[in-house]
Design a protein around this ligand. Structure first.
Ligand code: ATP
Ligand code: MG
Length: 396
Protein backbone atom coordinates (compact mmCIF):
# COMPACT_ATOMS: atom_id res chain seq x y z
CA UNK A 1 0.00 0.00 0.00
CA UNK A 2 1.12 3.55 -0.69
CA UNK A 3 0.03 6.51 1.42
CA UNK A 4 0.20 9.73 -0.50
CA UNK A 5 0.27 13.41 0.33
CA UNK A 6 -3.50 13.51 -0.04
CA UNK A 7 -3.80 10.43 2.22
CA UNK A 8 -5.46 8.33 -0.43
CA UNK A 9 -4.56 4.69 -0.20
CA UNK A 10 -3.40 3.19 -3.47
CA UNK A 11 -3.69 -0.59 -3.44
CA UNK A 12 -1.17 -2.66 -5.31
CA UNK A 13 -1.75 -5.75 -7.38
CA UNK A 14 -0.20 -7.67 -10.25
CA UNK A 15 -1.70 -7.26 -13.67
CA UNK A 16 -1.02 -10.26 -15.91
CA UNK A 17 -1.64 -10.14 -19.64
CA UNK A 18 -2.17 -13.16 -21.82
CA UNK A 19 -1.96 -13.37 -25.54
CA UNK A 20 -2.94 -16.22 -27.74
CA UNK A 21 -5.36 -17.86 -25.34
CA UNK A 22 -7.56 -14.84 -25.74
CA UNK A 23 -8.17 -16.03 -29.30
CA UNK A 24 -9.38 -19.54 -28.67
CA UNK A 25 -13.12 -19.08 -29.12
CA UNK A 26 -15.20 -21.51 -27.13
CA UNK A 27 -12.19 -23.00 -25.39
CA UNK A 28 -11.21 -19.67 -24.01
CA UNK A 29 -12.81 -20.10 -20.63
CA UNK A 30 -11.17 -23.48 -20.03
CA UNK A 31 -7.84 -22.01 -21.10
CA UNK A 32 -8.20 -19.08 -18.74
CA UNK A 33 -9.12 -21.34 -15.88
CA UNK A 34 -6.08 -23.53 -16.50
CA UNK A 35 -3.87 -20.46 -16.70
CA UNK A 36 -5.17 -19.20 -13.36
CA UNK A 37 -4.59 -22.61 -11.74
CA UNK A 38 -1.03 -22.62 -13.06
CA UNK A 39 -0.48 -19.09 -11.77
CA UNK A 40 -1.78 -20.11 -8.35
CA UNK A 41 0.55 -23.11 -8.36
CA UNK A 42 3.48 -20.85 -9.25
CA UNK A 43 2.56 -18.60 -6.32
CA UNK A 44 1.82 -21.29 -3.69
CA UNK A 45 4.24 -19.81 -1.19
CA UNK A 46 2.83 -16.29 -1.59
CA UNK A 47 -0.19 -15.07 0.36
CA UNK A 48 -2.58 -14.60 -2.55
CA UNK A 49 -5.75 -12.82 -1.42
CA UNK A 50 -7.76 -13.12 -4.57
CA UNK A 51 -7.55 -13.39 -8.33
CA UNK A 52 -9.92 -11.57 -10.65
CA UNK A 53 -10.18 -11.64 -14.38
CA UNK A 54 -11.45 -9.34 -17.02
CA UNK A 55 -11.13 -9.60 -20.79
CA UNK A 56 -7.46 -10.34 -21.58
CA UNK A 57 -6.33 -9.48 -18.06
CA UNK A 58 -5.86 -11.30 -14.77
CA UNK A 59 -5.47 -9.35 -11.54
CA UNK A 60 -3.68 -10.90 -8.58
CA UNK A 61 -4.02 -9.34 -5.15
CA UNK A 62 -1.45 -10.59 -2.68
CA UNK A 63 0.37 -9.69 0.48
CA UNK A 64 4.10 -9.88 0.22
CA UNK A 65 6.93 -9.32 -2.21
CA UNK A 66 5.30 -8.12 -5.44
CA UNK A 67 8.58 -8.11 -7.30
CA UNK A 68 9.37 -11.74 -6.43
CA UNK A 69 5.82 -12.76 -7.31
CA UNK A 70 6.10 -11.04 -10.70
CA UNK A 71 9.39 -12.82 -11.35
CA UNK A 72 7.73 -16.12 -10.58
CA UNK A 73 4.94 -15.41 -13.04
CA UNK A 74 7.40 -14.69 -15.84
CA UNK A 75 7.77 -18.47 -16.08
CA UNK A 76 4.09 -19.31 -16.43
CA UNK A 77 3.31 -20.30 -20.02
CA UNK A 78 0.36 -18.44 -21.47
CA UNK A 79 1.34 -15.09 -19.96
CA UNK A 80 2.88 -12.46 -22.24
CA UNK A 81 3.60 -9.88 -19.56
CA UNK A 82 3.20 -9.07 -15.89
CA UNK A 83 3.22 -5.66 -14.24
CA UNK A 84 3.27 -4.47 -10.66
CA UNK A 85 0.19 -2.25 -10.79
CA UNK A 86 -1.66 0.37 -8.78
CA UNK A 87 -5.41 0.49 -8.80
CA UNK A 88 -7.61 3.52 -8.40
CA UNK A 89 -11.33 4.14 -8.11
CA UNK A 90 -12.97 5.37 -11.27
CA UNK A 91 -12.46 9.06 -10.68
CA UNK A 92 -9.78 11.38 -11.97
CA UNK A 93 -8.34 12.57 -8.62
CA UNK A 94 -7.66 9.00 -7.52
CA UNK A 95 -6.15 8.09 -10.87
CA UNK A 96 -3.93 11.17 -10.66
CA UNK A 97 -2.70 10.16 -7.22
CA UNK A 98 -1.81 6.69 -8.43
CA UNK A 99 -0.08 8.12 -11.51
CA UNK A 100 2.09 10.31 -9.32
CA UNK A 101 3.01 7.38 -7.09
CA UNK A 102 4.04 5.40 -10.17
CA UNK A 103 6.11 8.17 -11.72
CA UNK A 104 7.83 8.97 -8.43
CA UNK A 105 8.95 5.38 -8.37
CA UNK A 106 10.23 5.64 -11.95
CA UNK A 107 12.00 8.89 -11.12
CA UNK A 108 13.67 7.25 -8.12
CA UNK A 109 15.04 4.64 -10.48
CA UNK A 110 16.68 7.39 -12.51
CA UNK A 111 14.25 7.84 -15.41
CA UNK A 112 13.63 11.37 -16.65
CA UNK A 113 11.30 11.20 -19.67
CA UNK A 114 7.81 9.76 -19.92
CA UNK A 115 4.54 9.66 -21.74
CA UNK A 116 1.07 8.51 -20.72
CA UNK A 117 -0.92 5.93 -22.69
CA UNK A 118 -4.55 5.46 -21.76
CA UNK A 119 -6.98 2.72 -22.74
CA UNK A 120 -10.64 3.10 -21.87
CA UNK A 121 -12.65 -0.05 -22.48
CA UNK A 122 -15.13 1.36 -19.93
CA UNK A 123 -16.91 3.90 -22.10
CA UNK A 124 -19.00 5.18 -19.21
CA UNK A 125 -15.93 6.97 -17.86
CA UNK A 126 -16.50 10.58 -18.77
CA UNK A 127 -13.14 11.64 -20.16
CA UNK A 128 -11.87 10.13 -23.40
CA UNK A 129 -8.46 8.41 -23.48
CA UNK A 130 -6.45 11.33 -24.95
CA UNK A 131 -8.01 13.68 -22.41
CA UNK A 132 -7.07 11.39 -19.54
CA UNK A 133 -3.49 11.16 -20.85
CA UNK A 134 -3.28 14.93 -21.14
CA UNK A 135 -4.65 15.57 -17.66
CA UNK A 136 -2.34 13.01 -16.10
CA UNK A 137 0.72 14.24 -18.03
CA UNK A 138 0.19 17.80 -16.82
CA UNK A 139 -0.47 16.67 -13.26
CA UNK A 140 2.66 14.53 -13.18
CA UNK A 141 4.80 17.40 -14.50
CA UNK A 142 3.48 19.60 -11.70
CA UNK A 143 3.91 16.96 -9.00
CA UNK A 144 7.16 15.14 -9.75
CA UNK A 145 10.31 17.16 -10.31
CA UNK A 146 13.00 16.24 -12.82
CA UNK A 147 10.64 14.75 -15.43
CA UNK A 148 9.79 15.85 -18.94
CA UNK A 149 7.43 14.51 -21.57
CA UNK A 150 8.79 12.74 -24.65
CA UNK A 151 6.03 11.32 -26.82
CA UNK A 152 8.39 9.75 -29.36
CA UNK A 153 11.03 7.94 -27.32
CA UNK A 154 10.05 8.05 -23.66
CA UNK A 155 12.10 6.08 -21.14
CA UNK A 156 8.91 5.35 -19.27
CA UNK A 157 5.42 4.79 -20.62
CA UNK A 158 2.75 5.09 -17.97
CA UNK A 159 -0.06 2.74 -18.87
CA UNK A 160 -3.53 3.62 -17.68
CA UNK A 161 -6.39 1.19 -18.22
CA UNK A 162 -9.87 2.35 -17.34
CA UNK A 163 -11.98 -0.76 -16.93
CA UNK A 164 -15.31 -1.76 -15.43
CA UNK A 165 -14.35 -2.10 -11.78
CA UNK A 166 -11.37 0.21 -11.45
CA UNK A 167 -8.54 2.00 -13.21
CA UNK A 168 -5.16 0.25 -13.37
CA UNK A 169 -1.93 2.18 -13.55
CA UNK A 170 1.52 0.72 -14.24
CA UNK A 171 4.80 1.66 -15.83
CA UNK A 172 6.82 -1.54 -15.75
CA UNK A 173 6.23 -4.76 -17.58
CA UNK A 174 8.16 -7.99 -17.28
CA UNK A 175 7.88 -10.23 -20.32
CA UNK A 176 6.17 -13.58 -19.86
CA UNK A 177 7.14 -16.66 -21.88
CA UNK A 178 4.04 -16.62 -24.09
CA UNK A 179 2.61 -19.90 -25.37
CA UNK A 180 -0.33 -21.76 -23.85
CA UNK A 181 -0.99 -22.82 -20.25
CA UNK A 182 0.51 -26.23 -19.49
CA UNK A 183 -2.19 -28.86 -19.44
CA UNK A 184 -4.48 -27.57 -22.16
CA UNK A 185 -2.82 -29.57 -24.95
CA UNK A 186 -2.55 -33.01 -23.37
CA UNK A 187 0.45 -35.00 -22.27
CA UNK A 188 3.60 -36.37 -23.94
CA UNK A 189 6.63 -38.44 -23.04
CA UNK A 190 9.96 -36.67 -23.56
CA UNK A 191 13.12 -38.67 -24.21
CA UNK A 192 15.39 -36.64 -22.00
CA UNK A 193 19.14 -37.21 -22.13
CA UNK A 194 21.62 -35.08 -20.25
CA UNK A 195 22.55 -33.26 -23.46
CA UNK A 196 21.83 -29.75 -24.66
CA UNK A 197 19.02 -30.55 -27.06
CA UNK A 198 16.34 -32.61 -25.38
CA UNK A 199 15.72 -30.21 -22.46
CA UNK A 200 15.14 -27.45 -25.00
CA UNK A 201 12.79 -29.71 -26.95
CA UNK A 202 10.92 -30.40 -23.70
CA UNK A 203 10.64 -26.72 -22.86
CA UNK A 204 9.36 -25.85 -26.32
CA UNK A 205 6.72 -28.55 -26.05
CA UNK A 206 5.66 -27.32 -22.62
CA UNK A 207 5.36 -23.87 -24.07
CA UNK A 208 2.57 -25.11 -26.31
CA UNK A 209 0.50 -26.12 -23.31
CA UNK A 210 1.67 -29.72 -23.17
CA UNK A 211 2.38 -31.61 -19.96
CA UNK A 212 5.74 -33.36 -20.33
CA UNK A 213 6.80 -36.63 -18.69
CA UNK A 214 10.54 -37.15 -19.16
CA UNK A 215 12.12 -40.56 -19.56
CA UNK A 216 15.85 -41.00 -19.11
CA UNK A 217 17.75 -44.14 -20.12
CA UNK A 218 20.48 -44.85 -17.65
CA UNK A 219 23.28 -47.34 -18.32
CA UNK A 220 24.93 -47.72 -14.99
CA UNK A 221 27.92 -48.18 -14.54
CA UNK A 222 28.76 -47.05 -18.10
CA UNK A 223 26.99 -43.83 -17.26
CA UNK A 224 27.66 -42.69 -13.70
CA UNK A 225 25.24 -41.51 -11.08
CA UNK A 226 26.55 -38.05 -11.84
CA UNK A 227 24.97 -38.35 -15.28
CA UNK A 228 21.66 -39.21 -13.64
CA UNK A 229 21.97 -36.29 -11.22
CA UNK A 230 22.48 -34.07 -14.21
CA UNK A 231 19.14 -35.19 -15.66
CA UNK A 232 17.43 -34.64 -12.29
CA UNK A 233 18.92 -31.12 -12.20
CA UNK A 234 17.67 -30.48 -15.74
CA UNK A 235 14.21 -31.54 -14.58
CA UNK A 236 14.46 -29.10 -11.68
CA UNK A 237 14.99 -26.29 -14.17
CA UNK A 238 12.07 -27.46 -16.32
CA UNK A 239 9.92 -27.75 -13.18
CA UNK A 240 10.39 -24.02 -12.61
CA UNK A 241 8.17 -23.61 -15.66
CA UNK A 242 5.81 -26.52 -15.13
CA UNK A 243 5.44 -26.66 -11.35
CA UNK A 244 6.34 -30.30 -10.97
CA UNK A 245 7.79 -33.14 -13.01
CA UNK A 246 7.59 -36.91 -12.83
CA UNK A 247 10.83 -38.37 -14.20
CA UNK A 248 11.22 -42.00 -15.25
CA UNK A 249 14.74 -43.41 -15.05
CA UNK A 250 14.95 -46.60 -17.09
CA UNK A 251 17.72 -49.13 -16.37
CA UNK A 252 19.13 -49.56 -19.88
CA UNK A 253 22.40 -51.41 -19.26
CA UNK A 254 21.27 -54.93 -20.08
CA UNK A 255 19.65 -53.88 -23.34
CA UNK A 256 22.68 -51.91 -24.41
CA UNK A 257 25.04 -54.75 -23.58
CA UNK A 258 22.92 -57.12 -25.62
CA UNK A 259 22.85 -54.79 -28.62
CA UNK A 260 26.57 -54.18 -28.35
CA UNK A 261 27.34 -57.88 -28.14
CA UNK A 262 25.07 -59.22 -30.87
CA UNK A 263 24.09 -56.28 -33.10
CA UNK A 264 25.87 -55.01 -36.22
CA UNK A 265 28.19 -52.20 -35.22
CA UNK A 266 27.13 -49.70 -37.90
CA UNK A 267 23.47 -49.88 -36.83
CA UNK A 268 24.11 -49.74 -33.11
CA UNK A 269 22.85 -46.21 -32.49
CA UNK A 270 19.70 -46.72 -34.56
CA UNK A 271 18.95 -49.99 -32.77
CA UNK A 272 19.49 -48.33 -29.43
CA UNK A 273 17.16 -45.48 -30.34
CA UNK A 274 14.48 -47.89 -31.48
CA UNK A 275 14.69 -49.67 -28.14
CA UNK A 276 14.32 -46.32 -26.40
CA UNK A 277 11.29 -45.55 -28.55
CA UNK A 278 9.64 -48.86 -27.70
CA UNK A 279 10.11 -48.30 -23.99
CA UNK A 280 9.03 -44.67 -24.20
CA UNK A 281 5.86 -45.77 -25.94
CA UNK A 282 5.09 -48.20 -23.12
CA UNK A 283 5.57 -45.44 -20.55
CA UNK A 284 3.31 -43.24 -22.67
CA UNK A 285 0.59 -45.88 -22.53
CA UNK A 286 0.89 -46.08 -18.75
CA UNK A 287 0.74 -42.32 -18.45
CA UNK A 288 -1.96 -41.76 -21.08
CA UNK A 289 0.45 -39.66 -23.10
CA UNK A 290 -0.36 -39.21 -26.77
CA UNK A 291 2.99 -38.42 -28.38
CA UNK A 292 6.74 -38.79 -27.91
CA UNK A 293 9.19 -35.90 -28.03
CA UNK A 294 12.91 -35.99 -28.81
CA UNK A 295 15.70 -33.45 -29.12
CA UNK A 296 16.65 -34.60 -32.61
CA UNK A 297 17.49 -32.08 -35.31
CA UNK A 298 17.86 -32.98 -38.98
CA UNK A 299 21.42 -33.78 -39.99
CA UNK A 300 23.04 -33.03 -36.65
CA UNK A 301 24.70 -36.45 -36.41
CA UNK A 302 24.59 -39.78 -38.31
CA UNK A 303 21.61 -40.99 -36.30
CA UNK A 304 19.68 -37.84 -37.18
CA UNK A 305 19.76 -37.89 -40.97
CA UNK A 306 16.27 -38.10 -42.43
CA UNK A 307 16.63 -41.81 -43.25
CA UNK A 308 17.88 -42.45 -39.70
CA UNK A 309 14.99 -40.51 -38.18
CA UNK A 310 12.58 -42.47 -40.35
CA UNK A 311 14.10 -45.79 -39.27
CA UNK A 312 13.99 -44.73 -35.61
CA UNK A 313 10.42 -43.53 -35.77
CA UNK A 314 9.07 -46.53 -37.69
CA UNK A 315 9.09 -48.65 -34.57
CA UNK A 316 6.31 -46.83 -32.74
CA UNK A 317 2.77 -45.84 -33.66
CA UNK A 318 2.54 -42.73 -31.50
CA UNK A 319 3.43 -39.49 -33.29
CA UNK A 320 6.97 -38.28 -32.59
CA UNK A 321 7.38 -34.56 -32.09
CA UNK A 322 10.78 -33.10 -32.86
CA UNK A 323 10.55 -29.40 -32.03
CA UNK A 324 14.22 -28.81 -32.94
CA UNK A 325 14.16 -30.28 -36.45
CA UNK A 326 14.77 -26.97 -38.10
CA UNK A 327 17.11 -25.34 -35.59
CA UNK A 328 20.89 -25.00 -35.89
CA UNK A 329 23.03 -25.99 -32.92
CA UNK A 330 23.80 -22.32 -32.22
CA UNK A 331 20.11 -21.51 -32.02
CA UNK A 332 19.49 -24.45 -29.70
CA UNK A 333 22.36 -23.35 -27.47
CA UNK A 334 21.08 -19.82 -27.14
CA UNK A 335 17.65 -21.17 -26.20
CA UNK A 336 19.25 -23.49 -23.63
CA UNK A 337 21.04 -20.51 -22.10
CA UNK A 338 17.80 -18.54 -21.99
CA UNK A 339 15.89 -21.40 -20.36
CA UNK A 340 18.68 -22.05 -17.85
CA UNK A 341 19.58 -25.63 -18.82
CA UNK A 342 22.82 -24.98 -20.71
CA UNK A 343 25.25 -24.93 -17.77
CA UNK A 344 23.87 -28.23 -16.53
CA UNK A 345 23.89 -29.84 -19.98
CA UNK A 346 27.57 -29.11 -20.54
CA UNK A 347 28.72 -30.89 -17.37
CA UNK A 348 31.10 -33.49 -18.73
CA UNK A 349 29.44 -36.80 -17.81
CA UNK A 350 29.09 -39.64 -20.27
CA UNK A 351 25.87 -40.22 -22.12
CA UNK A 352 24.83 -43.80 -22.84
CA UNK A 353 24.95 -43.12 -26.57
CA UNK A 354 28.50 -41.81 -26.50
CA UNK A 355 29.70 -44.80 -24.49
CA UNK A 356 28.53 -47.23 -27.15
CA UNK A 357 29.17 -45.16 -30.22
CA UNK A 358 29.79 -47.17 -33.42
CA UNK A 359 32.99 -46.54 -35.39
CA UNK A 360 31.24 -46.20 -38.73
CA UNK A 361 27.60 -45.33 -38.12
CA UNK A 362 25.18 -45.88 -40.96
CA UNK A 363 23.76 -42.57 -42.20
CA UNK A 364 21.29 -44.16 -44.62
CA UNK A 365 19.91 -47.17 -42.84
CA UNK A 366 17.45 -49.29 -44.78
CA UNK A 367 14.46 -50.16 -42.67
CA UNK A 368 14.24 -53.79 -43.79
CA UNK A 369 17.88 -54.30 -42.87
CA UNK A 370 17.38 -52.67 -39.51
CA UNK A 371 14.39 -54.88 -38.83
CA UNK A 372 16.27 -57.97 -39.89
CA UNK A 373 19.23 -57.13 -37.68
CA UNK A 374 16.82 -56.63 -34.82
CA UNK A 375 15.01 -59.93 -35.17
CA UNK A 376 17.27 -61.91 -32.90
CA UNK A 377 17.93 -59.02 -30.57
CA UNK A 378 14.53 -58.07 -29.27
CA UNK A 379 14.33 -59.85 -26.02
CA UNK A 380 10.84 -58.97 -24.91
CA UNK A 381 11.59 -59.86 -21.33
CA UNK A 382 14.51 -57.41 -21.33
CA UNK A 383 12.19 -54.63 -22.50
CA UNK A 384 9.53 -55.56 -19.99
CA UNK A 385 11.99 -55.69 -17.16
CA UNK A 386 13.36 -52.25 -18.07
CA UNK A 387 9.87 -50.78 -17.85
CA UNK A 388 9.01 -52.63 -14.65
CA UNK A 389 12.23 -51.60 -12.93
CA UNK A 390 11.92 -47.97 -13.86
CA UNK A 391 12.65 -45.60 -11.02
CA UNK A 392 10.18 -42.73 -10.71
CA UNK A 393 11.46 -39.47 -9.29
CA UNK A 394 9.10 -36.62 -8.40
CA UNK A 395 10.63 -33.21 -8.84
CA UNK A 396 9.09 -29.91 -7.77
P1 ATP B 1 20.69 -34.32 -26.67
O1 ATP B 1 21.51 -33.09 -26.52
O2 ATP B 1 19.25 -34.10 -26.36
O3 ATP B 1 21.30 -35.49 -25.95
P2 ATP B 1 21.99 -35.04 -29.05
O4 ATP B 1 22.17 -34.09 -30.13
O5 ATP B 1 23.13 -35.35 -28.15
O6 ATP B 1 20.71 -34.64 -28.19
P3 ATP B 1 21.62 -37.82 -29.44
O7 ATP B 1 22.51 -38.13 -28.30
O8 ATP B 1 21.87 -38.43 -30.75
O9 ATP B 1 21.48 -36.32 -29.76
O10 ATP B 1 20.13 -38.15 -29.02
C1 ATP B 1 19.04 -37.81 -29.80
C2 ATP B 1 17.80 -37.79 -28.95
O11 ATP B 1 17.54 -39.10 -28.42
C3 ATP B 1 17.95 -36.91 -27.74
O12 ATP B 1 17.65 -35.56 -28.05
C4 ATP B 1 16.94 -37.51 -26.79
O13 ATP B 1 15.63 -37.10 -27.10
C5 ATP B 1 17.09 -38.99 -27.09
N1 ATP B 1 18.07 -39.60 -26.17
C6 ATP B 1 19.36 -39.86 -26.41
N2 ATP B 1 19.95 -40.42 -25.33
C7 ATP B 1 19.00 -40.54 -24.39
C8 ATP B 1 18.97 -41.03 -23.04
N3 ATP B 1 20.03 -41.52 -22.45
N4 ATP B 1 17.79 -40.95 -22.37
C9 ATP B 1 16.69 -40.45 -22.96
N5 ATP B 1 16.67 -39.97 -24.20
C10 ATP B 1 17.80 -39.99 -24.92
MG1 MG C 1 22.91 -36.75 -26.52
Amino acid sequence: MFFCEDVIVVPELILARYGEIGLKGRNRRAFEEKLILNMQAALTDFAVERIEREYGRIYIYLNGDMEAACQRLTRVFGLVGVSPTLSADLNLPQIKTAAVVALKEARQEGYTTFKVETRRPNKSFLLKSPEVSRELGAHILRSVSGLSVDVHQPQVTLQVEIRERAAYIYWRSLPGPGGLPIGVSGRVVLLLSGGIDSPVAGWMTMKRGVEVIPVYFHSFPFTSDRAKEKVVDLCRVLARYSGSIKLYVIPFTEIQKKLHKDGPDELLTILMRRMMMRIAEQIAQKEKAIALVTGESVGQVASQTLPSLAATGAVVTLPILRPLVALDKEEIISRAIHIGTYDISIRPYEDCCTVFVPRHPQTRPILTKVEKAEQDLIATELLERAVQEAEIISIT
